[in-house]
Write a protein that binds this ligand. Structure first.
Ligand code: NAD
Length: 259
């Protein structure tokens, strides 16, 4: 399948996990890729795995820094002359899960700043280039944590619920320009973000429990998220916009009542 020939895709959080797998899939299907991440080492590792013929720009970026976002988007448009796809995937989890009575304002500001405001800033600066050409597809990485509690700390869950709502509002704002905006909601996937969870489970012989609350009885792989993200970014999803697709092995399909 080569769905993205001659298309230009920006991927944030491309230096690891789901973002890396998505960047590789887009490039394998013919896209020119603009890879952004806070981690330069991560970016270099992703670049080393790209098909050799891939046209690529890779840049260190903090998605919560509007000047940096503006500069990256301008550079991408000047170099490639168009932007067809935006994958808003950079994210941080914040790690711990204190109850709301122990939440720190600074943690909320940091997590909302990257996960939600960063996604908004990328859309704000990319969408005008798509509007000019009356075409584009944006896919945001939300989370099952944005649908139900229990899959992340309070600020992380709120940030991902915000990403789902941003997906809907941006789809309304941009639909008249033939720009589609969708989200995926991953369940548990083995990546840099979840490494502590997997390390703990393996050290305590509990790895088999990690997929236990999914109907498919296993956790997900970054490539499975990349497949769903690339579907939503492609013309195969040409009549889908404003939707948040759980890609979670059935985790949100069930109440998971005991017994
Ligand atoms: P990851 O940690 O492997 O990758 C996230 C990448 O984002 C890293 O390369 C990191 O350097 C980058 N990043 C972090 N802050 C950034 C910033 N301010 N600016 C630019 N880049 C930044 O984790 P992942 O699991 O691949 O996460 C990708 C997305 O998937 C995130 O939005 C995450 O919230 C979401 N998600 C992951 C899971 C899971 O189980 N792994 C579940 C639900 C949602």
């Amino acid at each position: 399948m080569k769905r993205f020939i001659e298309q230009v895709a920006i991927v944030t959080g491309a230096g690891s996990g789901i973002g890396r797998a998505t960047a590789l899939r887009l490039a394998q299907e013919g896209a020119k890729v603009v890879l952004a991440d806070w981690s330069e080492d991560g970016l270099q590792e992703t670049v080393s795995q790209l098909p050799p013929e891939t046209a690529c720009i890779e840049r260190k970026l903090d998605v919560s820094d509007e000047a940096g976002v503006r500069a990256l988007v301008s550079e991408a448009n000047e170099r490639f002359g168009q932007i067809d796809i935006l994958i808003n995937n950079a994210g941080i989890s914040g790690g711990s899960y204190p109850p709301v009575t122990e939440n720190e304002r600074a943690d909320w500001e940091q997590i909302l700043g990257v996960n939600l405001i960063g996604a908004m800033l990328m859309i704000k600066h990319v969408a005008p280039h798509m509007q000019e050409r009356k075409q584009g597809a944006i896919v945001n990485t939300a989370s099952v944590a944005g649908i139900r509690s229990g899959a992340g700390g309070n600020p992380y869950s709120a940030s991902k619920a915000g990403v789902i709502n941003l997906t809907q509002t941006a789809a309304c704002d941009l639909g008249g320009f033939n720009i589609r905006v969708n989200a995926v909601c991953p369940g548990l996937v083995e990546t840099g973000m979840t490494k502590p969870v997997f390390d703990y489970a393996r050290a305590n012989e509990k790895e088999h429990k990690l997929g236990g609350r999914c109907e498919l009885r296993r956790y997900g792989k970054p490539e499975e998220l990349a497949a769903a993200i690339c579907f939503l970014a492609s013309d195969d999803a040409s009549y889908i916009t404003g939707q948040a697709l759980p890609v979670d092995g059935g985790n949100t399909a069930s109440l998971n009542m005991p017994g």
